[in-house]
Design a protein around this ligand. Sequence first.
Ligand code: URA
Length: 239
Amino acid sequence: MSLIRLDKYLADMQVGTRSEVKKMIRAGKVQVNGHSCQNPDEKFDPDQTEVLVDHVKVGYAAYEYFMLNKPKGCVSATEDHRYPTVLDYITDHKRKDLFPVGRLDLDTEGLLLITNDGELAHDLLSPSKHIPKTYEAMIDGIVTEDDVALFAQGMDIGEKKLTKPAKLVILKSNVISHVQITICEGKFHQIKRMFDVVHKPVLELKRLSMGSLTLDESLSPGEYRALTKEEISYLRQRG
Ligand code: URA
């Protein structure tokens, strides 16, 4: 890992603002690898360094990764003045630069990755990577094999191009139908707009997976957990 300044290390870990931690360092409250360090500019490899503030260890996390089962009624943003944000649910974290990877609608539930890893987020969201996203939905209307064929062909939802082929699986076809749908792009309200084309409104929408990452079904809406090392490495390798 690259070297970082002591004041940045402590500010990143939310020990205080940059100027507060500088004061703490100059006041001799900080020890690095067993020695007092009063120079905020001094650089360290965070992987090889033990930092204590007032004798309490402050570990460093360059990146954090969480899977949230997003509940309805919160927005996929870092701040909002009307609704709670998805970040409000991540109560135990070190980094303050977390953000949601992509967006789910206010009334959509399910898998949302929250991280501060911009490169991974960029890869997962890049249209050229065609990362598949699978959703489960309740549909107002009888979903038919004709719909399955249409979704597979690509549809005109008012964008310049047709949608990319989507895989629609009918789990139950009735007045209210239950389906699974996989799309490889992420246009605004895409699934709702696709069902609008066949005049069958989406009543409930829940994301089950994104690329290699699958929602942990033990998480109730509003609950989250850190990703495992395997989940992080699969995401990095294959999206
Ligand atoms: N498609 C939608 O219409 N809404 C979502 O939240 C996600 C995909």
